[in-house]
Design a protein. Structure first.
Length: 376
């Protein structure tokens, strides 16, 4: 009796956030079909869930057009390796996760080559800039799986088969420890405000915004009994931040347990701001690119806010300090006021609760896996 053929899925992403979501998807795919074969391009988290990696580009991720230009030879090599990998592996489906600069180029190169079908999971931010990418995705992908409710209508209007699967963070963003356990574990006092610094997952963004974060944090510790803590997103960033004075570096333990006891956070723009929102931690957003990159983007970006929480709310819930305003003299007065005024922080938390209700139900990765394996 012939054994049924094992299904093969190729997953492709190039940054830390995509690696996280790729790992959740891999686990869900294995749960739905224990025999499925998973291979692709990603990071350590995906590998930990049984994805056989062709290579790992995650530590090379950068932010901005001109930052990317400087590393073009490396990324051309990665792109060629990914294309050759798909053609050699011959998967039934290729799942592209975020990373639009890389994944859309991969789609173009693979057009009319091989017989793989494409699914895009965690769509590029076409609602923010690059709306022309919707047509490109429509031409190449059999389905788009989106994690924000407003994205569904954008693709449906363009005639793209689309499914809103909910946000994966609803399954993962929760502390393992209660507050008293967290304070003890991390060596912090429950009697003093905790200001949490989250400078991002890419070295380029850390180098752009952490100096301003650190200056604000040191001024706050001079003002009074404030505990300033930085949580690096990777060992590489930990090494970059070594030797700090007046700011405690925490690298171990459950990050959500640490986040949840923060009085206030200073955070890089990115998925961490949604994590803070779901944990009901007030924050201010910092965002800075090279001047050339910012100038190029300014003419293309079509949204009024940098942060997803403010975009979902349709108003400024969390303060944003962007580019020239990402300086201590602008940031410090706002942070001081938020630390002083508990009512302002509580209003922010009430708005965060509304955002949580917009994001669907838990089980996003499972629903995504079901769509990926459908008709394979």
């Amino acid at each position: 009796m012939n054994q049924p053929k094992r299904r093969k899925i190729f997953i492709c992403t190039t940054d830390h956030s995509g690696d996280f979501h790729g790992a959740l998807l891999a686990a869900a795919l294995k749960k739905e079909d224990p025999q499925v074969e998973l291979c692709g391009v990603g990071g350590e988290k995906m590998a930990g869930q049984g994805v056989r990696l062709l290579f790992n580009p995650v530590s090379h991720a950068v932010v901005g057009f001109f930052e990317i230009v400087r590393s073009l030879p490396t990324w051309r090599k990665f792109l060629n390796q990914a294309m050759e990998g798909v053609l050699q592996e011959k998967p039934e489906k290729v799942v592209l996760i975020d990373s639009p600069s890389f994944n859309l180029r991969l789609l173009r190169q693979l057009k009319d080559k091989g017989k793989s079908r494409f699914v895009y999971y965690i769509s590029p931010q076409v609602w923010a800039w690059g709306s022309g990418r919707v047509k490109e995705i429509a031409a190449f992908c059999e389905r788009v799986l989106v994690i924000f409710p407003f994205e569904e209508e954008i693709y449906r209007k363009a005639g793209v088969p689309v499914s809103f699967v909910g946000h994966p963070f609803l399954d993962t963003v929760r502390p393992l420890l209660n507050p008293s356990e967290s304070f003890r574990y991390f060596g912090l006092s429950p009697d003093k405000p905790v200001v949490l610094l989250l400078p991002g997952s890419r070295l380029s963004e850390v180098r752009a915004i952490f100096p301003a974060m650190a200056k604000v944090a040191r001024r706050l510790t001079q003002d009074g009994p404030v505990q300033a803590v930085v949580y690096p997103a990777s060992p590489e960033i930990s090494r970059e931040l070594s030797g700090l004075k007046g700011i405690k570096i925490i690298t171990g333990g459950d990050k959500y347990s640490l986040f949840s006891i923060a009085t206030l956070a200073l955070a890089a723009s990115g998925s961490v701001t949604l994590e803070l929102t779901l944990l009901s931690v007030p924050y201010v957003l910092l965002y800075r690119l090279s001047y050339l990159t910012y100038f190029a983007l300014r003419t293309m970006v079509r949204v009024p806010y940098a942060g997803i929480t403010n975009l979902l709310a349709g108003k400024r819930v969390a303060p944003e300090f962007i580019q020239a305003h990402c300086r201590p003299n602008y940031i410090l007065p706002v942070v001081r006021e938020l630390l002083r005024d508990e009512q302002s922080r509580n209003i922010m938390k009430e708005e965060f609760a509304k955002i949580r209700n917009m994001l669907g139900q838990p089980g996003a990765a499972g629903r995504a896996a079901h769509e990926v394996l459908k008709n394979v």
